[in-house]
Design a protein around this ligand. Sequence first.
Ligand code: NAD
Length: 359
Amino acid sequence: MTLFDSPSFSNHEGVHAFYDDKTGLKAIVAVHSTARGPACGGTRMWNYASSAEALEDVLRLSKGMSYKNAVADLEMGGGKSVIIGDARTQKTPELFQAFGRAVESLGGVYYAAEDVGVSVADMAVARQETAYVLGLKDGPEASGDPSPVTAEGVYRSTLAVVRRLWKQDDLTGLTVAIQGIGHVGGYLADKLAAAGAKLVMTDVNAGLLAEVASRTGARIVAPDAIYDVPADIYAPCALGATLNATTLDRLSVKAVVGAANNQLATAEIGQALFERGVLYAPDYVVNGGGIINVASELRARQTGTAYDPAWVEAKLARLIETFEEILDRSASQRMPTHQVADAVAEGRIHAAEAMKLAA
Ligand code: NAD
């Protein structure tokens, strides 16, 4: 497979391959769009079976970041990077320094951050070689762990859905089935329980599951049983593609609101959910709190100020308004929510492109 005829190529502005003989670094940085600002998106380290598979992933993910950043109304474009290798056995400081030099060579077109297989500590090593890294733990502008902000966004989105479907302002009498109670799912479980929800939860980490279930009064089920739980809302907070041809018939919920990325296995599943009257909260809209938190770090750096929680709150509040607008349009135009969200993102990206051209 080549680049331009890949099914995931979507007019990407730049795709950069890096190789470093000394450290064994093999990385690809994809810049989908810089129309709204520098391309921002995490760095994933994964043992891809082939470089073609890595290319597919980085093309798809970088486009997703353009959409997520646009919907969150951030002055950032979309990009992503992948390091090909086993994150358990092939990480070295030298590898991340080499990666930092690769990012530096792009001159600020792309900002990296942690993602699957890459920790904040790894990114701190890359930072030794480049300023174009976000999501750090130390320093006045550092934004720290994005998970609480992500969970807050998912929680407020859940409340918005509850107001529409059940005409109530809290979750009293409603059951939420949560898959994955890690960083985001754990905070979300606390908030939902405090708002009166009955929780059913699962995780593959039995120790963590017991702890979160005991403090939230949740019922525990086995990982695969979560789809069959009689519940009102399904909150996927672990894996992608859990809304698929197999789970569709098992889920009995009226709404899906969760933090996981890429929840729909295919766009057709989004259409099928819509036809069945299940309200699907588009993942990259409701989980945008995390990237808003990261963006605050870029803003602080650009303006020479410190991390500003009030700015984060204002952006998060606006994101929830955008989510409500997406639900309104979905209802009035009889269009699945994921399609409306894409249209909002594309509209914002195209408007920025037009402004750039006119400038
Ligand atoms: P995490 O790794 O802290 O938590 C994920 C949890 O899912 C873990 O506890 C893990 O044991 C569990 N899990 C894994 N496989 C499972 C399975 N088959 N069944 C049930 N549980 C399983 O990750 P996180 O940071 O909480 O992120 C959760 C999801 O939200 C991911 O899809 C992530 O990409 C997405 N997301 C996270 C953020 C953020 O701010 N952390 C922002 C946007 C999107």
